[in-house]
Structure formats: C-alpha cells, structure tokens
Design a protein around this ligand. Sequence first.
Ligand SMILES: Cc1cc2nc3c(=O)[nH]c(=O)nc-3n(C[C@H](O)[C@H](O)[C@H](O)COP(=O)(O)OP(=O)(O)OC[C@H]3O[C@@H](n4cnc5c(N)ncnc54)[C@H](O)[C@@H]3O)c2cc1C
Length: 557
Amino acid sequence: MSTIAAPSQALTASNRATSNTPPRLQDFDVIGDDAALVEALQTFGAGARVDECRVLGRALGSADGLEAGFAANEHPPVHRPYDRSGVRADEITFDPAWHRHMRLAVQAGVGGAVWADPDASAQVVRAAKFIGVAQVEAGSTCPLAMTYACVPALRLTRGVAERWEPLVTSGVYDTRALPATDPDKRGALIGMALTEKQGGSDVRTNTTVAEPTADDGWWRVTGEKWFVSAVHSDAMFVLAQTPEGVSCLLVPRRRDDGSDNGWTIDRLKDKLGNRSNPTAEVRFDGSLAQLVGEPGRGVRTIMAMIGGTRQDCVLGSTAVMRTGTIEAIHWASHRLAFGRQLADQPAMTAVLADLALESEAATWSALRLARATQDAADGDPQAIAFRRIAGPVLKFWVCKRAPLHSAEALECQGGYGYVEESRLPRTYREAPLMSIWEGSGNVQALDVLRAMQREPECVDAFLAELDAGAGASRRLDAAIAQLRDVIGAGTVDEARARELTVRMARCLQGSLLVRYAPAVVADAYCAARLEDGGGTLGCLPPGIDAEAIVARHRVAA
Ligand SMILES: Cc1cc2nc3c(=O)[nH]c(=O)nc-3n(C[C@H](O)[C@H](O)[C@H](O)COP(=O)(O)OP(=O)(O)OC[C@H]3O[C@@H](n4cnc5c(N)ncnc54)[C@H](O)[C@@H]3O)c2cc1C
C-alpha cells in the first residue's frame, strides 16, 4: 500500500498564499459611481433625484445585491406542470434571490410605477435605475421592461386600463396568481406573447385566432406562442387573427373567479443567455381575453408598447457595456503582468479607454432617449418625432456594440473573465439578446427607412438634434454634412439601411458628447468613431488622453 507524505508546513503555506489576484468589485454604488450616468441625470432634468438613485445603486452594488444576480442564474426557475394531485398547475418556482432582486426593482419604480409618477424627469430617473438593475441581473429586466412598456398600450382601451393600470403602476411586487379583480391583488406583471414558430418579425403570419364571446367585450384566444418570456406574468398581450385582421388582446392568467384561463406552458426554453427569466412555449386554449385598441389594428396597437421595450433594449445594452468597462478597469488596475500594473501598460490602457468611450456614448444616448420618452409622453411633437427615429437608430447601434464590447471586456480579465465566478460570462451571453428581441438588427434598420419615408418630420427632428452640436468639432461637422448628403440623395436602398443607421447613430452620439461630456471624452469619440475605419474596439488613434478616460470610469470599491 502506498502512503502519501503529509505536506510540509512551508509547502502548505505557499500553496495557500495567493498574490496578484484582484479583489472582487463589490460594495460600490452602481449608479452614483458612474460619472457619466450622474451627469446625464443632471443634464436631462433629474438632478434633484440623484440621491434617490444612489440609494438603489448602493443596494444593487452591495455584496448581497450582486450575489442575487449570481444566485438567480445558478438556481433557475422550475416549471411544475402538475400539482401533487396531478392537476394541471403550470407553476413556476424561483430562487428567493430572484424575488429579492425583482422586489427591489419594482419598489424603486423600474417597472410600471413611472407612469404614476408626476415628476417631469420620471422617465429619466427610471432609465438610470434600469441601467443599474440590469448590471446586476439581466433576466429581471425583461418582465420589468414589459410591465413598464405596456402602459401606453393599456391606455388605448378604457376598460382594459381601468382593470390593469392601477396594479401595473402600484410599485408593489405581488406574484400571487390572483385575478386582477381580486381586492387582495396589489401589483401585476405583464408580458407579451407575439412570436409564433412561423414568424417573429412578421407577426402578420400569426395563426392564433380570437373569437368574440357572447359576453360583451370578451374574446376567446386559441393558438400556440413560441417565445413567451416572464411566463409567470399576470397577463399577456397577444396578437391573434380576427375577422378584421391581426388584432391585439390581453389574456389574463386567471379568470375573474380565480380559475385557470386555459393557458398551458409546454416547456421552458434552454437559452444562451440568462437562466433566471422563464421563457416558455405556451398554448392558449379558448383563453378569455379583452380586445386592446381597434380590431384589425393589432400591429399598430402593440407598437405603443414596443417603443418602450425597444428603449429598454438600449438601456440593457448600456448596462452590459458599463459592467464590462468597470470590471475590466478594476481587474487591470489590480493585476500585474511583466512587473507592471496592467492598466498602466499602453496597449491595455488604450483598450480600457476605448471600452469606456463606447460605454459613455451609450449612456448619454440612453438617457437622451429616455428624456425624449418623457417629453413625448407630455405631448411635445418635436420629441415624438425625434423618439420615433432615434429609437430604432439606437436600438440597432447600441445593441450591436454590446456583444463586441462584452467580448473585449471579458478578454481584459484573461482566463478569469471566462469562468462563471466573474460577472462577465453572463453579460457576454446576454448581450446578443438585446439585438434580437423587440425587432432584430435588420428590422430596426428598415424601420429607420420606414420612418424617414412615411414621417419626414422625424428626419427634421433628428437633424435638428445633431445640429445642436454643430461647430464644436470639425470631424462631427463633416460627419453630419456627409449624412445630410446621403439623406438628401433620395430614397435609400434597403441593402444600405444598416450603413445609414450606423452613420446616424454615430452622429447622434458625437453630437451628444460634444454638448454634454467632458472634452477629453468628446474629442476622443469624434476622433475614434467619426472617421472611416473607426469603430474597431481597442484601436484608438493617436493623441487621445486614454489615462484620463480610464480614470473617469474607475470605480473605487
Ligand atoms: C430570449 C428570447 C426571449 C424572447 N421573448 C419573447 C417574448 O416574451 N415574447 C415574444 O413575442 N417574443 C419573444 N422573443 C422572440 C423574438 O422577439 C423574436 O425571436 C424576434 O422578433 C425575431 O423573430 P424570429 O425569431 O421569428 O426571427 P425571424 O423573424 O425569422 O428573423 C430572422 C432574421 O431575419 C431578419 N429579417 C426579418 N425580416 C427581414 C427583412 N424584411 N429583411 C431583411 N432581414 C429581415 C431579422 O432581422 C433576423 O435577423 C424572444 C426571443 C428570445 C431570443
């Protein structure tokens, strides 16, 4: 029998000693430590509410707050089709961390409560909070976004709004499967079930049908839906065929008597990204529903909601980039290679600065969009026109940048960035989703063309926004002039829709940064992004103060 010698004291000690391992980035203020986000809050009218955002930011960035993001994904929701007696139940159970995180976000106003907030900066505040919440756990942002965005659609039909709006905007996280009419029900989550197997972008191909019942105002919905996220929600918007064409309906999970509403979950999907949010395949079998908007105008009706969820894709992608930026800078600021701190080595400093630049551009864009949402909701026609086109422009661009950014940020952490103990594998897997759902890249670029052709006032509003930054940078002025030439040349071919959208996005980000960001950031953006070939992450042109940009984005935790 062989024996294993006990290790010597010295060997044990040296094996256990670790050096050059950066501490975990935690116990920081996810919102308040983000200089660009705080400045954007102040610039877009929410300066008086920065302290309120900081309270949430500290809770999110605490060790417990960050741990909730890990736990909700390490212990994903479970679908229980039947109860113990064999009765169909379709119950979804979650890790307690999911509920903790969701409750924090809903109570902070990241769901639908913003629509009951009379403050003139409410949408801007909510956007900053959403960016904070998304940095900790991305899956939760899906129900939060849908519950937020559904309110303008609910309001299209009085009976529907009366039933649901008080619950959606209450700021109470209440997951009990009770009907909306139950006096005990204090809050609700709302989702959407649009996509079917045969088509997600082209929802006109939906085969789900809705038939009116004898009860005035109620319909029966029957059909299969292929992607239904936050499937535990209290109600779902669906698109279904009616004699008038595709119509929009709201299907509650429970009927008014508390019974099941013919809503069966076939299975949960095994996704690339977050594990925390249950995305399911669902069948509706004669489910009772209320019509929303006019019959046959379902696509138009649901667009009242999709403007909001698209905005939240921009916010979510901004969060991906902020997480990558601060994690990369933190790691490189505590890690030595070849005897020197990584963050101080020029090739790494340039990469970190470029990540920060992209993240900062996204942050200003995201909050500008939220400001437009606020002003549009208040009836400002210029804001309505600007938001109509800036929405798809930024949804395309910011969401396209996030996966590239995430991969580069992860690489800054070397091998550690590739393992699940780092936060970055989760952001890396999540990043592509924002570009797919709520209209994929091509769909957004084609929507930009559609807005230009059908609503020319959008182009005027967009160019007016760009011109507000004119004269500050010769590169920006040249880029705007080129964009005007492209637009002025007439109808843009579909094959060039992306190219046009990218030009518009870069000009918008440049214009925002020259007006609002520190000169070191604005100059770097214009030099790095507005000339041909700009955009490969980590390849900053000469003459940029990379150290200053990195210092602005370093979190002292
Ligand atoms: C994790 C996850 C969660 C989701 N949750 C929900 C949900 O809760 N509710 C819901 O309803 N849906 C949900 N979806 C579905 C999502 O909205 C769709 O996947 C998306 O809209 C694309 O539809 P599709 O998958 O059918 O792809 P398709 O429509 O087949 O599109 C495939 C590709 O073709 C491109 N394309 C489409 N039309 C054109 C065109 N005219 N010209 C050029 N290119 C074009 C698209 O940009 C895309 O890249 C979810 C998807 C994912 C991945």
